[in-house]
Design a binder for this molecule. Structure first.
Ligand SMILES: *Cc1c(COP(=O)(O)O)cnc(C)c1O
Length: 637
């Protein structure tokens, strides 16, 4: 099997990688920012460079060229299918910055999208402030969504004054009066979008954005009321756009189709009553195949970008032809699909928790409890019995021993012997099973029971919030040694003190799995694990659980001139402990002062030498200024 096929069967690489990743002859995971083998960037090389620059792990690695590829891909595919189909409208996409608001990310998208007149979407006042400063051309759209106060509306009108195509989307009827009054007051004509509630629901984890109970949007009654109201104000012509959004990560293409048909009907009906609308905005929802299963599972999608685009274009076209109304320009607000692939988080497995490795000798006292004897008998007979028999017997004795201990029947050393015997059995079975070609169905749990926990230097809450909150599957794999067969069935735990800070569902090549195959750790050699497709929502949404702050970040660019093929343009330092503490209202200087005063006290009582006192306070202050994650020198096996 070649290395790419192996990485696919172990980690689903080809299925979620979208052609952006491949394994080189040294077993290193590479990024292909333009999906071309000739410009391959080795991730281990990037991590070496990161470490050489003194940047600690975990680190977010962004590939700006992937962002550019995605922007280009979306726009060219739309333009191509529009051309093929003879559709008479144009495509004017916008990127919703809430998906990843990092300035460099948005700037890259704006720059890559300029030739396609690709615009931006804001969902709050702060986001609009950002978008007004970044999207400065007159021919791209700016869409202002979300609930609005007067300041938000005035910012929209300021954008209009600057000559921009800023469309204010009305999410609730009362907002309409506000915008009409303000535009008259400021003497600036608005461009109005109406968000409609449609009955088609998105499906998946974010389906509450659609349907009648959605928190945003106008009902059909309100839609007509809005038209009449604007008519009465002599402003019917300011209605420029019809908007809907049925939720993010829509798993099923049929839902996309149903929604666009329903919305186009509304567009057509409005046209019939004399409201000619320029743009039909189909919102977001274009999904990512995180688990590579091409299914309607909430971490997957059963369609490609091309199918999505084609269904939108032909969906609108068919209904418009039937209703004999002009074909509108199409707006999409795809965020996830643009930004998910461009970033990943790389960290180090610093240790593993493996109970099967112990050095307790299994020599009981002659008069020990019969449960101890029983478990040792299993070991003696292990070659005669089937693995499943041995395992089930061992499991049953282990559970009896727990009760026996609680009742005071077993001593602590007898209990420890049973535990040690149990893990010894597991270890023997593990080897037996790994040699088996076919693993019986009812034995699958065994791998889970026996899995080793790899302790990874990162926080699930900071870096993979959706994995914790909505059980989103995240593609995970080691970035090196992909030419070696991994031997361990593992789950991952993070360094927070929270039992939820773990990962025990992984992408496999057929559906998801409860364990991931990893390599054994080698003393003195770091083992790097990557978490992929984290560019949408994940790396901007994390929280500071346990005061683990933002992660260090590097921006990697493709460099054709350079042998190593890449350069790191930007390093953004993650949070120091003092920064995280300050955000929680602590005063780091005062904290240091408290410690210093106590140390001074000890010095004056001669319980501490002055030199030692200075050393300790310096150490405390250093820790305040350091990264919140573990220093890698702490790795021990
Ligand atoms: C969140 C959101 C989007 C982005 O959706 P994706 O599925 O990430 O593309 C687009 N439009 C609106 C109104 C949103 O709330």
């Amino acid at each position: 099997m070649n290395l790419n096929d192996r990485a696919n069967s172990l980690y689903g690489l080809k299925q979620w990688g979208k052609g952006y990743f491949s394994v080189n002859e040294n077993g290193e995971l590479c990024v292909l920012p333009e999906r071309l083998e000739k410009s391959r960037i080795s991730l281990p090389d990037v991590i070496n460079e990161v470490k050489t620059q003194g940047i600690e792990l975990p680190v977010v690695v962004r590939f700006h060229d992937i962002l550019r590829s995605e922007v280009k891909n979306l726009n060219t595919t739309f333009n191509q299918i529009i051309k093929e189909s003879g559709y008479t409208g144009n495509f004017f996409g916008v990127y919703p910055i809430k998906v990843n608001q990092m300035r460099e990310v948005v700037e890259e998208i704006v720059d890559a999208g300029a030739e396609y007149k690709y615009g931006l979407e804001a969902g709050s006042k702060a986001e609009l402030l950002s978008v007004l400063a970044l999207n400065t051309t007159a021919d791209t759209l700016t869409i202002a969504n979300g609930y609005k106060d007067n300041d938000y509306m005035k910012l929209v009108l300021l954008g209009r004054k600057l000559g921009r195509k800023v469309i204010v989307v009305i999410e609730k009827f009362s907002d309409l009066k506000k915008i009409v009054e303000l535009s008259k007051e400021m003497n600036i004509e608005p461009m109005i979008g109406l968000r409609t509630k449609i009955s088609t629901k998105g499906g998946g984890k974010w389906s509450e954005s659609g349907g009648e109970k959605a928190k945003f949007g106008l009902t059909h009654v309100e839609l007509l009321k809005a038209v009449h109201y604007l008519d009465s104000q002599g402003m019917r012509h300011t209605i420029k756009l019809l908007h809907y959004h049925i939720g993010s990560q829509v798993p099923n293409i049929q839902t996309i189709k149903d929604a666009v048909i329903e919305a186009t009907r509304i567009y057509g009906e409005l046209h019939r009553i004399g409201v000619s609308i320029d743009y039909l905005d189909v919102g977001g929802g274009l999904g990512i195949d995180y688990d590579g299963s091409k299914s309607t599972h909430f971490s997957s999608i059963n369609y490609t970008n091309e199918m999505y685009i084609s269904n939108i274009i032909y969906g609108i076209k068919d209904i418009c032809e039937e209703m004999e109304v002009p074909e509108p320009d199409i707006v999409t607000e795809s965020g996830r699909a643009i930004s998910a692939h461009h970033s990943c988080i790389i960290t180090e497995a610093i240790d593993k928790i493996d109970h099967t490795k112990h050095d307790m000798p299994l020599d009981p006292e002659p008069d020990c409890h019969h449960l101890v004897k029983n478990i040792l008998d299993i070991i003696t007979d292990i070659s005669h019995d089937t693995p499943l028999e041995s395992f089930n017997d061992a499991l049953s004795i282990k559970s009896q021993s727990e009760d026996a201990f609680k009742l005071g029947v077993l001593s602590l050393s007898e209990k420890a012997l049973i535990e040690a015997g149990f893990w010894r059995i597991c270890k023997i079975l593990k080897e037996k099973v790994s040699e088996m070609e076919y693993i019986p169905e009812d034995f699958k749990d065994f791998n889970v029971q026996l899995s080793t926990q790899y302790l990874c230097n990162f926080s699930v809450f900071q870096s993979l919030p959706d994995t914790w909150a909505v059980e989103q599957l995240t593609p995970i794999m080691p970035i090196a040694r992909l030419n070696e067969t991994p031997t361990e069935h593992a789950t991952l735990v993070d360094i927070t003190c929270d039992s939820d800070g773990k990962i025990d569902r992984f992408v496999g090549n057929k559906g998801n799995k409860q364990t991931i195959k990893l390599h054994d750790l080698i003393e003195g050699e770091p083992y790097h694990i990557g978490f992929f497709l984290t560019g949408a929502y994940q790396d901007v949404m994390g929280d500071m659980h346990n005061l683990f702050g933002r992660v260090n970040e590097v921006h990697v660019f493709n460099d054709e001139e350079d042998d190593s093929n890449f350069y790191i343009e930007e390093v953004i330092k993650g949070s120091s402990a003092s920064k995280v503490l300050a955000s929680m209202q602590y005063h780091p200087e005062h904290m240091a002062y408290v410690i210093k005063r106590q140390l001074d006290d000890l010095v004056s009582k001669r319980e501490l030498s002055p030199r030692e006192g200075v050393r300790l306070i310096d150490f405390y202050e250093d820790c305040l200024e350091s990264y919140t994650y573990l220093k890698s020198s702490q790795r021990s096996l």
